[in-house]
Design a protein around this ligand. Structure first.
Ligand SMILES: CC(C)(COP(=O)(O)OP(=O)(O)OC[C@H]1O[C@@H](n2cnc3c(N)ncnc32)[C@H](O)[C@@H]1OP(=O)(O)O)[C@@H](O)C(=O)NCCC(=O)NCCS
Length: 217
């Protein structure tokens, strides 16, 4: 009789352990994996090391050191480009492969590159202080969560352009070659080449003269 009760109890216990609790365990593991992915998919060890190495460099000092270190960890940055402060790079996955910067560019302090989609910057482009390049946005969602599913679109900045301090470039925008974006502008649409834009949202102020100093024919 005791053996019979033992058999019944143990088969019940095995059932709970192997099936019901296992199901709970599987859900728990899946949740833990999701949380770990969410927390660490934007962690870039090489970038963290470089950020720590240049942490003590004051602004405007070591502008070429920052560039060399970023190149060393896999960013494609052309010759003669300088960074007077370390830009902030954010994004998940291969951010190194999504950013290309040409030759002879200047980056002022506090620039922010959201590299969820590719960012392509031409040659001799100048960035003012705290320029914000945003490749990420959301589809408009339901009333209780308007920030719906993520959508990422590339940004292109043509050669020779000048982006004034604290301007914001939204996802999908192309800044034409030789364009000027005034300080504080909010650029929501493509900017034609050799055009100056300003304001929120940015509007064309005037067309700029076209002449060359770097590649004079
Ligand atoms: C864009 C900029 C270069 C314009 O210089 P400019 O050709 O001399 O233009 P003007 O000063 O003649 O201004 C032309 C018009 O644009 C307006 N304007 C200029 N800069 C503006 C700005 N940042 N936002 C909104 N409007 C602006 C002016 O008010 C003027 O409007 P009006 O014709 O109605 O009077 C300059 O205003 C600017 O934003 N510089 C960036 C500074 C910076 O980022 N420094 C960091 C160093 S990289």
């Amino acid at each position: 009789m005791a053996a019979w009760w033992y058999f019944l109890w143990s088969s019940y216990y095995i059932d709970v352990l192997l099936f019901e609790e296992n199901d709970i365990m599987k859900k728990g593991i899946a949740k833990a994996v999701r949380i770990i992915y969410e927390e660490f998919s934007a962690f870039h060890l090489r970038l963290v090391i470089v950020q720590m190495l240049v942490f003590l460099l004051p602004a405007n000092v070591g502008s070429r050191i920052r560039v060399r270190l970023l190149r060393l960890i896999g960013f494609e940055i052309g010759n003669g480009t300088v960074m007077w402060g370390m830009p902030r790079f954010v994004g998940k996955g291969d951010i190194y492969g999504r950013l290309t910067i040409g030759d002879g560019c200047w980056f002022n302090v506090g620039c922010h590159f959201d590299v969820a989609a590719p960012i392509s910057i031409g040659n001799t482009v100048a960035f003012g202080h705290e320029v914000l390049l945003l490749t990420n946005s959301h589809h408009i969602g339901a009333t209780d969560q308007r920030a719906g599913p993520l959508v990422a679109k590339p940004i292109v900045v043509g050669s020779g352009a000048w982006l004034g301090a604290r301007c914001t470039i939204l996802p999908g925008v192309t800044i034409g070659e030789g364009a000027v974006v005034a300080a504080g502008a909010m650029v929501t649409k493509d900017v034609a080449a050799n055009t100056m834009v300003a304001g929120v949202p940015a509007k064309a102020i005037r067309e700029l003269d076209v002449y060359y100093v770097h590649n004079a024919a």
